[in-house]
Structures are given as C-alpha cells and as structure tokens.
Design a protein around this ligand. Structure first.
Ligand SMILES: Cc1cc2nc3c(=O)[nH]c(=O)nc-3n(C[C@H](O)[C@H](O)[C@H](O)COP(=O)(O)OP(=O)(O)OC[C@H]3O[C@@H](n4cnc5c(N)ncnc54)[C@H](O)[C@@H]3O)c2cc1C
Length: 356
C-alpha cells in the first residue's frame, strides 16, 4: 500500500514508522522541520495523567501508563522515571484522602509497568527535598512516579527508527491540498497519489481539511499552553494546585534548570503561538505563592508555548475531551488530538482503521 502521512510531529512519525514496519511504502510530509511544533513544546512528561482520573478516563490512563514504560525501555537515553511530589496543605487544594486515593488507583493501573509505587512524605521530608516550599499549614506530600523525556531528541530517535524501517521523511514540504476520494496530495507545483492519506497535522489538521474542501464531523478547539524556564537544579518534580481552579502546575527538573508550566488559553491561529505577558505573570504568581524564594520576570531564562488541539464533535458540544479521534473518509484518515505519551498506540489504531 502507498501511504502519505502529513505532519512530522510525534503522531506523524509514529504513524509513518508503524506503516513502514508493516511493509507499506510511506512518504511523510512535514511543512517545516520534524518535531518543530507541539511535539517539542510539551511539558516533557511521559505520563498516565493523574488528573484524568478525576474525569474517569481510566482506559486512557492505563494505556498511557503502559506506553510510558515502553518509551523508557526503548530509549532510556532520552526518557527516565521521575518522582513528583504533590504538597498537601491544611487548607486549599484537593483533600489528602482524595489525592491518596488517586495515587493508589494510578499505581494499580500501572501494575506491571515496573515503576515504583507512590507514598506519603511528612512535612519535614518534603522540606528536605524542596527547602523553599511554603511551610505554613503544610501537612506533607504524596510522591508518585512518572517519566520525563527530552521530547525533541526522543522524537528524532523515533524518526530515525521510521527511516530505518523504510519511511521517506520529507521536511520543508507543505501539503497544500488533499483529496479524500482519489488519495491525491498536492504540493507547490506537483502532486502524488496514495492508497491512504493520514492527516496528522496536529493543530493544523482542521485548516488542511478546510483548504482541501473536505468537511469533517469534528472540530478542533485550539488551546495554548505556555512554559517558562527558571534557574535552579531539581532532583524531583513538584505538582502545585492552583487555588480556585481545578488546574495544576508542574515544577520540573530540566537539566541544570527548572521548567514551570503550563497555562490554558484559547488560540485562533496555530501559526503564531507564543506565551503572553499575562501567562508568564500567572506562572510567576503561582510559583511565588508556593515558594519562599520568589522569581521575577528577569529570572526567566526561556519561554515557549504549544497548542493542544482539543477535539469535539460538531453535533455534541459537551463531548470535548483530550482523547483522540480517528476519522476515516474514503482514502483519508484524519487524526485529531492525542498525547505525546500515547503516540505509538494511536499509530497502531490508525493502522487498524486504514485496512479495507
Ligand atoms: C503545552 C503542552 C504541554 C503538553 N505536555 C505533554 C506532556 O507532558 N506529555 C504528553 O504526553 N503530552 C503532552 N502534550 C500533548 C502533546 O505534546 C501532543 O499531543 C503531541 O505533541 C501532538 O503531536 P502531533 O504530531 O499530533 O502534533 P505536532 O507536533 O503539532 O505535529 C504536527 C506537524 O504537522 C505539520 N504540518 C501542519 N500542517 C502541515 C501541512 N499542510 N503539510 C505538512 N506538514 C504540516 C506541522 O508543522 C507539525 O510539525 C502537551 C501539549 C501541550 C500543548
């Protein structure tokens, strides 16, 4: 089978690798450079997503926990286990019992993954690990395990695997139009025909369809997430609960530095994606609320943003979810949403849906 994959983020790369391994002839087209968009602007966590448990997405969490282990086993040079602490205060944030129950369930879903189990740390133990953490009313913290990756390098590692399996990866090659019926893919002045065309263009997937005159049953809500990099080496991650919001913020080791994120802001144009001053202020304020060594604008070493394409059904507006959708239209397969961690599982599902 001749297969075109449009998009060179982690989902496109894993899809190209999966088809090539099956023996198909694969061309992947990327308008810029591989891993240059969302897939290198993530929080760099290979995780089940503890937070998804609150929404009852047990299947998604379980799959992601197993996939997390796969990455760590396959490419330990770019992915390794990381312990994260969730400080619990007497007032504010989720109750101790609730976080504890969540971590027990998380560990249960991760059974067989080879990761250590979560545990409770006293306030003194927590302060030993995060001396600058606010101590007033601190009860202690739950520690749990996930994995951290170098998303850019790990993505390039996967791209190399796809190449070795026979996929041809074309960078700087924007696809201008596609045809769901004939499988034709058009570039600047040329075109090529395929048995299957996989639109895995991340936040641009809907635009590509609109440019091609293809109507989908789904729409994408684009949500920007921003991070800042601040000084300070850390051995563990910390999960901060934002008062008055269901949201959490990650404080994560990033080599000799610390990564802090993220935000959630609606974005209309995926081509112009950068953190605003308001988002940077929000991150700084929340960090300073929890840590006694305050940071300011001038401490910021780097900042970046990425866009989550949240898929929603056009007929059911309450169905917004972070889970992915694969839509088949003739020779075309549209891939909407998905997480970095689960890109391999998503690619396997695309392969299944591409048959017949
Ligand atoms: C702030 C933030 C933090 C996140 N943190 C995590 C995390 O810690 N762990 C996790 O598992 N997930 C995380 N995610 C989710 C994860 O990053 C994404 O699900 C994943 O990177 C999406 O990959 P993708 O290949 O679908 O999209 P992208 O990486 O955006 O790739 C799409 C590619 O398609 C290309 N393209 C677009 N249009 C065309 C065209 N017409 N022709 C050719 N090429 C085209 C683009 O240039 C782009 O490279 C996070 C997301 C965000 C936004």
């Amino acid at each position: 089978m001749r297969v075109a994959v449009i998009g060179g983020g982690i989902n496109g790369v894993m899809t190209a690798w999966a088809f090539a391994r099956r023996g198909d002839s694969v061309d992947l087209y990327e308008k810029g450079q591989l891993m240059s968009a969302t897939s290198s602007s993530s929080s760099k966590m290979l995780h089940g997503g503890l937070r998804y448990l609150e929404h009852g997405h047990l299947g998604l969490v379980r799959e992601a926990l197993q996939e997390r282990s796969w990455w760590v086993r396959q490419a330990p040079q770019f992915a390794s286990p990381l312990q994260l602490l969730i400080p619990i205060y007497r007032q504010g944030g989720r109750a101790k019992w609730l976080v504890g129950a969540g971590i027990r369930l998380y560990d249960l879903l991760a059974l067989g993954s080879g990761f250590p189990r979560g545990r409770w740390y006293s306030a003194t133990e927590v302060v030993d690990r995060f001396p600058a953490l606010r101590r007033e009313q601190l009860l202690g913290a739950y520690g749990y395990w996930d994995a951290q990756m170098d998303d850019y390098q790990l993505g390039l590692w996967a791209a190399e695997k796809a190449r070795q399996a026979g996929a041809r990866l074309h960078e700087q090659t924007p696809v201008l139009r596609l045809d769901a019926t004939t499988g034709e893919v058009s570039f600047g002045g040329s075109s090529a025909s395929y048995d299957r065309v996989v639109n895995v263009a991340g936040p641009w997937a809907e635009k590509l369809l609109a440019d091609s005159g293809v109507t989908s049953a789904y729409r994408l809500d684009l949500i920007r997430g921003s991070h800042i990099v601040i000084p300070g080496k850390r051995e563990q991650g910390c999960v901060l609960q934002v008062p008055g919001e269901k949201r959490i913020l990650f404080v994560l080791p990033l080599g000799e530095r610390t990564l802090l994120g993220t935000t959630e802001v609606s974005q209309s144009d995926p081509d112009h994606c950068a953190p605003t001053e308001a988002e940077v202020g929000y991150l700084i304020d929340n960090y300073n609320r929890c840590f006694s060594e305050p940071i300011a604008q001038q401490d910021i070493l780097a900042r970046f943003a990425g866009i989550r394409p949240i898929v929603a059904s056009k007929t059911d507006y309450s169905a917004a979810s972070r889970e992915s959708v694969i839509e088949r239209q003739g020779r075309l397969l549209n891939v909407f949403g998905g997480k970095w961690t689960t890109a391999r599982a998503l690619a396997a599902a695309v392969l299944t849906k591409s048959q017949h």
